[in-house]
Design a protein around this ligand. Structure first.
Ligand code: KIV
Length: 268
């Protein structure tokens, strides 16, 4: 067990300002929450990637708000000190702000400290209304898995100047309406670096280079549990580790020391 006090949003902001990297992993149940918290992971993301890694779906689209609330409650019961973020699943915020607030409240009551939603532009009024109601928000730009069909598959986003410009505009707008964290997924490392320097809120990268304020990986990817060729941005931390807790401790240490990700190996 670690002796740290519960991680707060204020701590995460301070880490961004001081240049201490934030180590985040996805987590879906109480047992792993206990291990990840004890290993010093700063933030646990109850990702809708549970649709892929727990439920075996090809995408995150079938995950329901009831399933997200269930897994959030499991994680909250196992966790002691890490910051807990719960994903708003597909369909839980697309239909309008009132329904979105209703679903965000569900996740907060299940034990989340913050909710995450994907996309920019049209999400700004939703983010604003969550923040006005005391619900902290993590935004998610770049490759957004709930839009996998619209985006034409798993592809890097923001390579062309127009696309990078839109990403910058969306990120600044989301920060202006109160988003407190921003996940950048599969974004060129130079674009993510510039955004991290320009924004006052922490950026958390997954396939977005070493210059983000922090990093997140899907737990089952970094434990080498998923079949098939891993994404370029994944490292299997079970390689050479004698236990899951030691693998997770190595991840935390490597993120904090700037050893993971290595832009030459893991970035675009
Ligand atoms: O659902 C998830 O695991 C995520 C991460 C990939 C950032 O959104």
């Amino acid at each position: 067990m670690n002796n740290r006090k519960p991680v707060t949003l204020r701590n995460l902001r301070e880490m961004h300002v001081l240049g201490e990297k934030i180590a985040m992993l996805t987590c879906y149940d109480a047992s792993f929450a206990r291990v990840l918290d004890a290993a010093g992971v700063d933030a646990l993301l109850v990702g809708d990637s549970l649709g892929n890694v727990i439920q075996g779906h090809p995408t995150t689209l079938p995950v329901s708000i009831e399933e997200m609330a269930y897994h959030t409650a499991c994680v909250a019961r196992g966790n002691r000190t890490a910051w807990v973020i719960a994903d708003m699943p597909f369909g839980s915020y697309q239909e309008g702000t009132d329904l979105a607030v209703h679903h965000a409240v569900r996740l907060m009551q299940a034990g989340a400290h913050m909710v995450k939603l994907e996309g920019g532009g049209w999400t700004a009024p939703i983010v604003r209304s969550f923040v006005e109601r005391g619900i902290p928000v993590c935004a998610h730009l770049g490759f957004t898995p709930q839009s996998v069909h619209a985006l034409g598959g798993y592809r890097v986003q923001g390579r062309e100047e127009d696309a990078a410009g839109l990403l910058r505009k969306d990120a600044k707008e989301l920060a202006a309406v109160g988003a407190a964290l921003l996940v950048l997924e599969m974004v060129p490392a130079n674009v993510a670096r510039d955004l991290t320097q320009q924004l006052s809120i922490p950026t958390i990268g997954i396939g977005a280079g070493a210059s983000c304020s922090g990093q997140v990986l899907v737990l089952h990817d970094m434990l080498g549990l998923m079949p098939g060729e891993p994404f370029r941005f994944v490292r299997n931390f079970m390689d050479g580790a004698t236990s899951i807790e030691l693998a997770v401790r190595q991840y935390v240490a490597d993120v904090k020391a700037g050893r993971f990700p290595d832009d030459k190996l893991h970035s675009f």
